[in-house]
Write a protein that binds this ligand. Structure first.
Ligand code: 13P
Length: 259
């Protein structure tokens, strides 16, 4: 089954509102809207930048989506500092990154937290927000050689209690921690091996039809120089891009590689 690629930029904790608006406008200026016949594109700015960035794309009638970098699973209540799914939905978020390794490592997010967020997102049938579920091993796990079983367990934990009709809305991103922000990209073969293994896990969980339709992305030092070979792999359906998404020129170049 042909899957439509997804190129998503994770801006992480970068860009004030004014900086974010400038970057969004630069992306819009360099974008050719017929690209979106062939692939989906999203940017994931900080919470405060979401609405202004979305407004730039809406004003230009460009269907580049916006996504959040995190969410809390409760719909409302006394959870100081948290952001809910209805809040994201109202400002038109189409995606939400869940379980990024920086959240797992720096903010103590567990597999159980990730699962609660995924379940809350896929349970929302109206104005749906697609989770981008991040998995990936540390260098220590890679060096031990147990990375496939480690990632398999992360995928199973993230999707516990989710059925195929819900899972098909989700995206999985394989982001080996040793490749994030390090300039040390996984080779296309390394990335393909794990993305294929992720699809095999999804097939066991949800059946072949569902798993063949789900997008599996690669993330970790992807840039305009290495994107083409990574995106050519049969089980890599796009990229989750950090540093290289912060400059319009490099982000647009990666999008062109995915066409
Ligand atoms: P870099 O592209 O900066 O390595 O970041 C990848 C990432 O963490 C995307 O979520």
């Amino acid at each position: 089954m042909a899957r439509k690629p997804l190129i998503a930029g994770n801006w992480k904790m970068n860009n004030t509102v004014s900086e974010a608006v400038v970057l969004a406008q630069e992306i819009s200026n360099g974008f050719e809207s017929d690209w979106l016949d062939h692939l989906d594109v999203a940017v994931c700015p900080s919470y405060v930048d979401l609405k202004p960035v979305r407004t730039v794309f809406e004003f230009d009638k460009l269907k580049v989506a916006v996504g959040a970098q995190n969410v809390f699973w409760e719909p409302s209540g006394a959870y100081t500092g948290e952001i809910s799914i209805p809040m994201l939905r109202e400002i038109g978020c189409a995606y939400c990154i869940v379980g990024h390794s920086e959240r797992r490592e720096l903010f103590g997010e567990t597999n159980e937290d990730v699962n609660r967020k995924v379940r809350a997102l896929v349970a929302e049938r109206i104005g749906e927000i697609h989770p981008i579920v991040c998995v990936g091993e540390s260098l220590a796990v890679r060096d031990e050689g147990a990375y496939l079983s480690y990632v398999d367990a992360q995928v199973r934990a993230a999707f516990a209690g989710v059925d195929a009709s819900e899972a098909k809305e989700a995206v999985v991103a394989y982001e080996p921690i040793w490749a994030i922000g390090t300039g040390r990209t996984a080779t296309p073969e390394q990335a393909q091996e794990v993305c294929a293994a992720i699809r095999a896990t999804l097939t066991e969980l949800f059946g072949a039809e569902c798993a063949e339709g789900m997008r599996v992305l690669y993330g970790g030092s992807m840039n305009e120089g290495n994107a083409s070979l990574l995106l050519a792999q049969p089980d890599i359906d796009g990229g989750l891009i950090g540093g290289a998404s912060l400059k319009a020129k490099s982000f647009l170049s990666i999008i062109k590689e995915a066409l």
